[in-house]
Design a protein around this ligand. Structure first.
Ligand SMILES: Cc1ncc(COP(=O)(O)O)c(C=O)c1O
Length: 362
């Protein structure tokens, strides 16, 4: 089976983790600080706050920016539910914008229509590693006095107009979960240029403490460990190389698959360099589920990200969201399927993937 993803772990990662284990400093310590500094300067922000996961990074970022009860946060209907769960966890209300059917990302026109007097922030998600229309979204935020919080969990190293995803917002959040472009097993990071946000975020991450045993607010333990950070530091040094391999695989697939009339290859705007977290096809013949089954039966690990808009999840339905809210996201969720694109693919794997796809309608 060619897996949909596989972390690129070598001897350097193993040695780095071993060094931490031997050092005796297992929890948040110097390696975490080093990872925060290196990752934030790679993306292009002043501060990084490493966390236990991408989800906790989102929760901390929202709270650190003062978003909570009574506030509305406009986000995309087409994302992993961690994005919107974080909004609910801080007591705010997620408001779902529909998507652009070509890029799969939040449609700025839909965002504008959803603004009310309670809107406090916009939270774009750079889905599959393709950046959102950041120029329009920044303008909307500026014109309406809104905060911008990027969910960049899938977009390590992606670019828009020559600037990295994660460097546009008042804060941005990354995940280093085991399937992401770089991994720390579990882990996340908030990036920001705001001193206030960073000082709040550090407290929220660590039991509400401003210094040891001085608690100012109620909070959890959301820290990263030095074991995770050591892994992340080695991975970060490889990120551009790993992304280049993803881009090479994506280019190959687009060249080989563009002529097939029953599918659509990913659309990439001219000013965007994706991180190719996923390579996602649209199956236009109404047979997406059959195609998914066929690919997996033939040894190609394909997945659907995501089989429904978030608000169609049973939990979201139980709190009052209704079908029909974002018709484009609903349609697209029935068409998409992601094929393996990671740096683990060999040339033979790529050929096999293309040949298998071409065999579907024979
Ligand atoms: C778009 C998006 N947001 C948030 C998350 C949450 O990250 P984590 O799994 O590290 O909590 C993920 C990843 O799973 C994601 O893909």
């Amino acid at each position: 089976m060619i897996p949909i993803s596989k972390p690129d772990i070598g001897e350097d990662e193993i040695r780095a983790v071993e060094d931490v284990l031997r050092s005796g400093f297992l929890v948040q310590h110097e390696k975490t600080k080093e990872f925060e500094d290196d990752f934030s300067s790679y993306i292009g922000t002043r501060y990084g706050i490493a966390t236990s996961s991408g989800t906790t990074a989102l929760m901390i970022a929202l709270e650190a920016l003062g978003i909570g009860k009574g506030d509305e946060v406009i986000t995309t209907a087409f994302t992993f539910q961690a994005t919107t769960n974080a909004i609910l966890y801080v007591g705010a209300k997620p408001v779902f914008a529909d998507i652009d059917p070509k890029t799969f990302n939040m449609d700025p026109d839909s965002v504008e229509k959803k603004i009310t007097e309670n809107t406090k922030a916009i939270m774009p998600v750079h889905l599959y590693g393709q950046t959102c229309d950041m120029k329009r979204l920044q303008e909307i935020c500026y014109d309406n006095g809104l905060l911008l919080v990027e969910d960049a969990a899938q977009a390590h190293g992606a670019e828009y107009d020559g600037k990295k995803a994660g460097s546009f917002g008042d804060a941005s959040c990354f995940s280093f979960y085991a399937t992401k472009n770089i991994v720390t097993a579990e882990g996340g990071m908030i990036l920001t240029n705001s001193e206030d946000a960073v000082s709040n975020a550090r407290k929220i991450r660590n039991h509400g403490q401003s210094e040891q045993y001085l608690q100012e607010l109620l909070s959890y333990n959301f820290r990263m460990t030095d074991i995770n950070a050591a892994l992340g530091l080695v991975q970060l040094r490889k990120l551009d190389f790993l992304n280049a391999k993803r881009a090479e695989n994506a280019k190959f697939f687009t060249k080989e698959l563009s002529d097939i009339d029953w599918l659509e290859t990913p659309f990439v705007p001219d000013n965007v360099i994706p991180s190719w977290h996923q390579y996602t096809l649209k199956i236009l013949n109404g047979r997406r589920d059959e195609f998914l089954q066929y690919m997996n039966d033939n040894g190609i690990g394909c997945r659907v990200y995501y089989p429904m808009p978030v608000y169609m999840q049973p939990f979201y339905q139980s709190i009052g969201f209704k079908e029909g809210l974002c018709p484009i996201a609903e349609r697209v969720s029935r068409e998409v399927v992601s094929i393996p694109v990671g740096p683990h693919l060999t040339e033979d794997d790529r050929e096999k993937i293309v040949e298998t796809i071409k065999g579907f309608e024979k």
